[in-house]
Design a protein around this ligand. Structure first.
Ligand SMILES: *Cc1c(COP(=O)(O)O)cnc(C)c1O
Length: 440
């Protein structure tokens, strides 16, 4: 089993309370307040080791963590220690990675609309690879690199025309996608690079077919398409491109229904496709995000109000917690499902069970964290733990309703450390400015 197949952090244990990373979650909630993001370091390092072991035989592998899943300085330090490079999509991510002391040649800059300022920053910091997404960007990048007298190593982002079974908003490989060059336009961009864009140094191709993928066949098909494309391009233009970036996308287990594949089986699918077609294996980049960080993260919330409604003779109980769509937008954005449990294990074991809907505190009817889950009877001040919130929670968080963003703690060997401070009310107004004529 690899870590992404676990619903909970691998250090989760039950005593009188729920423990993660050797820390009593009741104590964590008391010390740091709720809502609280908790990241378990052993789980994070565990999945890194799963990836490294799975691809051990494969010398030309470059593992890049897709930082958009969760990018904070301490997380970057851990991934850097584990030997990962970084897939980044903004100046903010590039800057975070840079300030955390990462060797910038291990960083790739990706995105469908990089701004001039972001391109300049990436060039000034000598980011290792650019993934060029479209014609406009190729021209712009060439021009800025020219002004800076630099030659940039690039990959071309392509859409391989694969539809995988995941939510439509997180599918990216199909032809009708906002990302990348489709297979009909790739020759035109290559010709422009060869003939005109002298500051671009084409190294290979890049694709990313989607997220939360469970079918290994999709990865196999993707690799097959990329290999064929790379060989076709090399032959037609007499090039020697030897880099293939196959993106991220491996799924995780949010609920018992989810059956993500083992990382080892992912590695085997990729390697099988390679060996079928190639004698000389190119450099392969993989960019897992969700499967690296999701399982290590949980969120603690405190229960407040509740409400029971009667619909056609059936009662439904809503439990409201102190967070919701601003710290975890995924349920309201794409009906993502989560599992939760009370952390006061001994006390709650005595309570009758009931089916409840866990609602957030934000002013939107759609702010429901979990629809219909069986829980022990919860009362105000009880604390619940929502699992698998490491990826695309904090990184998608907002200040909706002008609520301070949560703190994040890292737990390991019974020790807890703050890695993101809770925002204060002063933080919230710190970027505001009042024109003189409005001052009181
Ligand atoms: C989002 C993204 C990833 C990471 O996807 P996960 O599903 O989180 O693994 C990797 N590569 C690219 C280009 C992406 O846009």
């Amino acid at each position: 089993m690899s870590v992404n197949q676990s619903l909970k952090p691998i250090t989760t244990t039950y005593k009188e309370h729920l423990f993660i990373g050797g820390c009593d979650t009741v104590e964590l909630a008391k010390k740091y307040g709720t809502p609280l993001y908790v990241i378990d370091e052993a789980t994070l390092r565990g999945i890194c080791k799963d990836y490294k072991n799975a691809f051990k035989e494969y010398k030309n592998i470059r593992m890049m963590y897709a930082s958009k899943a969760l990018c904070t300085s301490a997380i970057v330090r851990i991934l850097d220690e584990e030997g990962f490079g970084f897939d980044t999509v903004s100046a903010g991510e590039i800057y975070t990675v840079y300030k955390s002391g990462v060797d910038m040649s291990k960083v790739l800059f990706n995105g469908n609309n990089k701004s001039k300022k972001e391109i300049e920053l990436a060039l000034d910091l000598n980011v290792g690879r650019f993934s060029v997404d479209n014609f406009y960007e190729a021209e712009l990048l060439n021009q800025i690199a020219n002004q800076k007298n630099k030659k940039v190593d690039i990959l071309l982002r392509i859409t391989p025309g694969i539809e995988c079974h995941t939510h439509e908003y997180i599918q990216t490989g199909q032809i009708d996608s906002k990302f990348g060059f489709d297979l009909n336009t790739i020759d035109s961009i290559i010709e422009l690079i060869i003939n005109q864009y002298k500051n671009l140094n084409l190294r290979g191709i890049h694709a990313h077919i989607g997220s939360q993928i469970f079918e290994l066949q999709s990865f196999y098909d993707e690799v097959e398409i990329l290999i064929k494309e790379l060989s076709r391009i090399n032959k037609k233009y007499n090039l020697n491109l030897d880099e293939m970036n196959i993106g991220g996308g491996l799924g995780v287990k949010y609920t018992e229904k989810d059956t993500p594949p083992n990382v080892k089986d992912l590695a085997d699918a990729i390697t099988r496709a390679m060996h079928k077609y190639l004698a000389d294996i190119p450099t392969i980049y993989i960019e897992p995000g969700r499967s690296i960080i999701s399982t290590s993260g949980v969120t603690l919330y405190t229960v407040g109000s509740s409400k029971t409604v009667n619909i056609n003779g059936k009662t439904k109980r809503y439990i409201a917690v102190d967070g919701g769509m601003a710290d975890n937008p995924r349920p309201s954005m794409y009906q993502a499902e989560y599992v939760a449990e009370g952390i006061n294990i001994e006390k709650l074991a005595q309570k009758p069970k009931e089916v409840v809907t866990i609602a957030g505190r934000y002013c939107e009817s759609g702010d429901i964290l979990i629809n219909e889950i069986e829980m022990p009877h919860l009362e105000p001040d009880d604390i619940i733990c929502v699992y698998n919130t490491g990826a695309y929670n904090y990184s998608m968080a907002s200040n909706y309703n002008r609520v301070e963003k949560n703190a994040m703690v890292l737990v390991n060997n019974s020790q807890s450390d703050i890695i993101v401070n809770r925002e204060s009310l002063e933080d919230l107004i710190s970027h505001d400015s009042i024109p003189d004529r409005l001052r009181k």
